[in-house]
Ligand binder design. Structure first.
Ligand SMILES: Cc1cc2nc3c(=O)[nH]c(=O)nc-3n(C[C@H](O)[C@H](O)[C@H](O)COP(=O)(O)OP(=O)(O)OC[C@H]3O[C@@H](n4cnc5c(N)ncnc54)[C@H](O)[C@@H]3O)c2cc1C
Length: 546
């Protein structure tokens, strides 16, 4: 497809958001923005999507974000639920047994194994069919400059792309003008290089060989996901999604990654697992070095970073892409809000405040896991085993700790649970049963037990609905039925009656009475607009599931 933007400084078309990079983070960001009615252009360097597997795990929060992009119905086909993730030493003695089964709070399985290209194919199909998204594959962004009201991007055909004719418009660099631009252009981000933010690099890196395999006949692996903490060759053995297995072998001190990254060597390393060319197909082998680092500033005026462009993590928590999709979910509704209400541009500062500490904490966890796994010294490994093995109790497993909450940003001051990720349960309304977001959509949602929403002052309710807010009262006597008791249990556990959920599913705050509901929405109004409605003495409205 030719790039057809008018290039003149006056008369140039200004789109809402330019997304640089069409990997999973850029694709999700584009879809979340376009679903809110924003016009988005995605510039992707390569003509066809990156075909080789990378991520194999996503969590329930990520699944909910993908649900918001319309991918929910295919997730059960694309992925398989992860069972226990066990860590053993070189003699097969258990060191840690993490329980990953069951539903997470976001209404999806807590851990899901998948093949990244399959997910990206689904996302790409959605990008292609969305009327508000233009995607230009085979073009790269080489420069980004900012004016007072817009960002200008220089877009050129990717060098090495089959040469276009001199006369071909698409062969010439073009300029694209947007209100905002987001660099979702991966670990070697051009946009990050242009913004040049400080980088916090923990210097924690190791080289690993990744081997993805499809077995000719299905086989049961017990445990299905295993970390072998053998100093002779730290190894990861996990599901690679339906029909696939993933092995990862650490490159030992003094060993060359290039020598390890050979097909014959990969088969050799698979031999002890009874996997060979006679019973399996190798999908890929690739050497790579992971890092633990992030930019300490993710935006400059109208240009933002998201995904691997902003942070890179060791793979051991399976969180790199998940963190990137959280960036997209966090940024999408904020850009949408500020496009509608330019005076609320201060909201965009909360992107860094909220996402950087969260992503840094996740990288920190992955790094701690890596320090246990990436041990090639036998003495150090023996000391580790002696400390960890006695803590494993037969037949018991440790639940995976929840992801951190938001600690700063657009959160109600002093409100309990502010910053916590809210639950998603199954609900029934008008005879239809489904996940909450499928029935009520994504946006600001005040989810409340009966009684506390019966008298929201009309001006507050009107302002709330002007930002897409909806009040959903859930309870036995109401139209919305809490099928599995998810909301009743959550409210009872926290001793609250209402929760104000942001469009990215984190809580602005909670309250336990009707006055608190009005105060919570007023505080949100104050934070977004700098003023509140003077509602004293005004009429009230009754809400149920509006
Ligand atoms: C071995 C391995 C295992 C992993 N396991 C997991 C896991 O289990 N769970 C998990 O959550 N994550 C995992 N990850 C991380 C995950 O794959 C990445 O975090 C994720 O792909 C990042 O997505 P992204 O969209 O930010 O970047 P990318 O997927 O890298 O996409 C960036 C895109 O930008 C394009 N681009 C670059 N520069 C330009 C430019 N100048 N102009 C236009 N386009 C450009 C690129 O072509 C690319 O398509 C793993 C990674 C690896 C390598």
């Amino acid at each position: 497809m030719a790039v057809t933007y008018p290039t003149g400084p006056n008369g140039a078309r200004t789109i809402d958001v330019a997304v640089v990079g069409g990997g999973p983070v850029g694709a999700v960001l584009a879809l979340l923005l376009a679903d809110r009615g924003r016009q988005v252009v995605v510039i992707e360097r390569w003509a066809s999507p990156y075909p080789l597997p990378r991520a194999v795990h996503f969590d329930d929060e990520t699944a909910r974000i993908l649900q918001a992009c319309g991918i929910g119905p295919v997730l059960p086909v694309l992925s398989e639920e992860a069972d226990t993730y066990e860590w053993r030493n070189g003699e097969s003695v258990p060191l840690l047994r993490l329980r990953t089964t069951g539903m997470g709070r976001s209404g999806w399985p807590a851990a899901n194994m998948f093949n990244q290209p399959d997910l990206e194919a689904e996302l790409n199909a959605k990008l292609d069919e969305h009327p508000l998204i233009e995607i230009h594959r085979g073009y790269e962004v080489s420069d980004v400059t900012q004016g007072a009201d817009e960002v200008r991007l220089t877009v050129r055909p990717t060098p090495g792309k089959p040469a276009a004719r001199e006369s071909d418009e698409s062969a010439r660099p073009a300029s694209l003008q947007a209100r905002f631009a987001v660099g979702c252009d991966g670990a070697n981000s051009t946009v990050r290089d242009i913004l040049n933010p400080p980088i916090e690099d923990h210097g924690f890196f190791f080289d690993w060989l990744i081997v993805d395999v499809a077995l000719n006949t299905p086989r049961v692996f017990d445990p299905p996901n295993l970390q072998v903490c053998d100093p002779a060759r730290p190894t990861t053995v996990v599901s690679g999604g339906p029909g696939r297995r993933r092995w990862e072998f650490m490159c030992l001190p003094g060993e060359s990654l290039d020598a390890l990254d050979e097909e014959a060597r990969a088969w050799e390393l698979l031999e002890p697992w009874d996997v060979g060319p006679e019973n399996a197909t190798m999908i890929r082998h690739a050497g790579y070095r992971f890092h633990a680092r992030w930019a300490t500033n993710w935006h400059s005026d109208r240009v933002f970073l998201a995904g691997d462009a902003a942070h890179q993590t060791p793979p051991f928590a399976g969180q790199g892409m998940c963190a990137g999709l959280r960036d997209a979910a966090n940024l999408a509704w904020k850009l949408d809000h500020v496009l509608e209400h330019p005076e609320a541009s201060h909201l965009l500062d909360t992107y860094d405040l909220e996402r950087i500490p969260h992503a840094a904490a996740v990288v920190g966890v992955a790094m701690e896991l890596g320090k246990i796994i990436c041990v090639a010294d036998p003495g150090e490994a023996a000391a580790r085993d002696a400390a960890m093995a006695p803590l494993v109790v037969d037949g018991e497993s440790t639940p995976v700790p929840p992801m951190p909450s938001l600690v700063d940003g657009l959160l109600a001051a002093g409100s309990s649970c502010a910053g916590e990720l809210f639950v998603q349960g199954r609900v029934t309304i008008d005879g239809m049963t489904g996940l909450f977001d499928d029935l009520f959509g994504v946006g600001w949602r005040l989810v409340a037990a009966p009684d506390v929403t019966s008298a929201i002052p009309i001006d507050i309710a009107t302002w709330f609905s002007s930002i897409g807010g909806r009040v959903v009262t859930i309870g036995p006597s109401r139209d919305v039925h809490d099928v599995d008791g998810t909301y009743a249990e959550w409210f009872a556990d926290r001793g609250v009656q209402a929760a104000l959920q942001r469009p990215d599913f984190y809580l602005f705050g909670t309250t336990s009475n009707a006055d608190g509901v009005a105060a919570l929405i007023s505080e949100l109004q104050q934070r977004l607009t700098g003023s509140t409605s003077g509602h004293a003495g005004e009429e009230s409205v009754t809400n149920e599931s509006i």
